[in-house]
Ligand binder design. Structure first.
Ligand SMILES: [Zn+2]
Ligand SMILES: [Zn+2]
Ligand SMILES: [Zn+2]
Length: 292
């Protein structure tokens, strides 16, 4: 007799505890018949439903804007600061003296010098810095060249240290390999899902959204809805739009959609501040030019 893992009750059960459709699924989205009958949720959908402390601006302590260009990772301390705080620091002269968080002099630094600062953080095994190095090998940048092997090498190291963003980048990296793969059973597909799921269970919004898109493509629209609801409630617009699309496809209900919209709007409100709005009007490139 063979055994399979249930993604809801986390028990290892004989295959006949699952119906045929569930048996074909990967373990993270497979539920035993008992769990289906009891309506037990998958662990994948129970974890990572709120933003963690890394997702807050180190200066104003508000949840960071979701668009990556609306905040900047500081090369000195590897803390993410929102553009609103960078603009405020520029206005009151703090940027002249250094980073708005740790005050290390970084203003008008050259990309090469910024990379040297990051390398110092890598030397002390800061997972965010290790992930930064991995990420900038995706397309090149900061004097680094494009190198898919190094993306995986650095991001795996950062992921092993618990960096959720590194899991997300690995999910993307293995997805690229999987999309090129011609065989039906592709180990890169499994790795891609595993990394996206680890990131999503740590509250990574883009990983959660990506899982929704992938599940939709695989025909699991009920699972897609569960993913989109989680990221929509954290303030992600595209996820909210997809919940509305699934409403017209009769997968979501009016009540589920209305509740999600309410939480989505509250999350967006929590991410809004006067200085962030002003920085947005100025454009991310202009804010970036204060530092580089
Ligand atoms: Zn179960
Ligand atoms: Zn801030
Ligand atoms: Zn700093």
């Amino acid at each position: 007799m063979t055994f399979s893992f249930c993604g809801a009750c986390e028990r290892l059960l004989p295959d006949d505890a699952f119906d045929e459709e569930q048996r074909r699924r990967r373990q993270s989205i497979r539920r035993c018949q008992d769990c289906i009958a009891a309506g037990n949720e998958l662990v994948l959908m129970k974890r990572g439903t709120a933003r963690d402390e890394e997702d807050f601006c180190s200066v104003c302590q508000l949840p960071l804007p979701i668009a990556m260009e609306e905040s900047m990772l500081q090369p000195c301390c590897m803390k993410r600061v929102c553009n609103g705080c960078i603009l405020s620091a520029k206005k009151c002269g703090i940027l002249k003296n250094g980073c708005p968080f740790c005050r290390t002099p970084i203003a008008i630094a050259k990309e090469r010098e910024l990379l040297a600062m990051v390398t110092e953080r890598v030397a002390v095994l800061d997972p965010v810095a290790v992930c930064f190095l991995g990420y900038h090998h995706v397309r090149g940048g900061y004097g680094l060249v494009k190198d898919p092997k190094k993306v995986i090498e650095f991001c795996q190291k950062a992921a092993d240290m618990g960096d959720k963003n590194a899991h997300y980048i690995l999910g993307d990296a293995y997805r690229k390999k999987w999309e090129k793969c011609s065989t039906e059973v592709c180990s890169d597909r499994d790795l891609s899902f595993q990394h996206y799921e680890k990131a999503a269970m740590e509250g990574h919004i883009f990983a959660r959204f990506t899982l929704g898109v992938l599940e939709c493509k695989e025909g699991h629209r009920d699972l897609a809805l569960q993913h989109f609801l989680i990221s929509a409630k954290m303030g992600h617009k595209l996820s909210m739009d997809n919940v509305k699309i699934l409403l017209t496809g009769s997968i979501a209900t009016e009540a589920i959609c209305a509740e999600a919209l309410q939480e989505y709007e509250a999350a967006v409100e929590d991410m809004t501040s006067t200085s962030r709005e002003e920085a947005k009007q100025m454009g991310a490139e202009n804010i970036r030019s204060f530092i580089i």
